[in-house]
Design a protein around this ligand. Structure first.
Ligand code: SAM
Length: 290
């Protein structure tokens, strides 16, 4: 095995366990978008806010019909579908989850004939090497790991043309000096909760200060055109997910047991609180080759 084999096992633990997608379906929107929504208007439903997030993200990619868009970490396919159906681009979606890949391929059968083509690959960015016009990646970078950041940004830079662009959406955690300057205290509970998320909820996941991400991207030849924080949008997304799950308590218990339900509620409500308190943030970086 090469040392850049994608971390299939970590990701499949999250998405390919028995009934993991059944549980996610209880609290996510109908399109199963598993990342921060964008409540562009206050009265938006979760589903509307997820579509608004997809349009916010795809809008930053400056797409033209016929272009090829690489969606790194395509999840259950909502972004790839929308990009092909609304923006007329051809999409290659990458996921490390077998269930997600199957779900996506089924979903794409519903694309209208005039839409762009969508190809879903059970593969990581580490294995991908063909030119594309644009890259979008939403909520996947958290899985990539720091030892591969240089290679990730170099790969993205190499795949894109000189006038290409990448929209990278990821959760970030501020470093201690930054938290200090923001007047945000770090308690023992905050640290324990971070460990719980990293070890139990998203094994192998890592969060970094935005400056770390910008440094790696810049060194690989990108210019950061814009960095947009969606911090309170993620707090509201997580609170909505928690409320949805609470409403479907009995079904959740039937799937994962009372302990499994409590585990998910701890994760969702705890993360919401950490976005509200400012300990963590979620940022959309729009990057262009220099
Ligand atoms: C939290 S989900 C987000 C999915 C989707 N973008 C969304 O917003 O709903 C993370 C996704 O990243 C993918 N992923 C993680 N590591 C990856 C890698 N090295 N290459 C490609 N995809 C990866 C997972 O398979 C999963 O589809």
């Amino acid at each position: 095995m090469s040392d850049t084999t994608p971390f299939f096992e970590n990701v499949q633990t999250i998405y390919d366990d028995d009934h993991s997608d059944d549980l996610l379906a209880l609290f996510l929107d109908d399109e199963m978008v598993y990342s921060c929504a964008y409540f562009e208007r206050d009265d938006m439903s979760l589903g509307e806010a997820q579509i608004a997030k997809l349009d916010l993200s795809l809008g930053k990619c400056d797409l033209s019909p016929g272009q090829t868009l690489l969606d790194i970490g395509c999840g259950y396919g909502a972004c790839a579908y929308r990009a092909a159906a609304k923006y007329g681009v051809n999409v290659i979606g990458l996921t490390l989850s077998e269930k997600q890949a199957r779900h996506c391929r089924e979903k794409m059968k519903g694309l209208p004939p005039e839409a762009g083509k969508v190809e879903i690959r059970l593969a990581g960015w580490e294995e991908f090497d063909q030119p594309v016009d644009r890259i979008v990646s939403i909520g996947a970078f958290e899985h990539f790991r720091r030892e591969r950041f240089a290679q990730f940004f170099e790969t993205a830079h190499r795949l894109l043309p000189a006038d290409g662009r990448m929209m990278l959406h990821t959760i970030v955690a501020f470093d201690f000096p930054r938290l200090d300057s923001l007047g945000i205290e770090v308690t023992h509970e905050n640290v324990l909760f971070g460990k719980f998320i990293q070890r139990k909820v998203f094994p192998g996941g890592q969060l970094f200060d935005p400056r770390v991400i910008e440094d790696f991207a810049t060194k690989a030849g990108f210019r950061i055109e814009r960095a947009q924080s969606l911090q309170l949008h993620y707090a509201r997304t997580l609170e909505t997910w928690a409320a949805n799950l609470e409403r479907r308590h009995d079904e959740a218990v039937a799937i994962k047991g009372e302990q499994g339900y409590a585990f998910f509620m701890k994760y969702l409500t705890g993360c919401a609180a950490h976005f509200r308190s400012g300990h963590i943030d979620v940022v959309q970086f729009t990057m262009v080759p220099r």
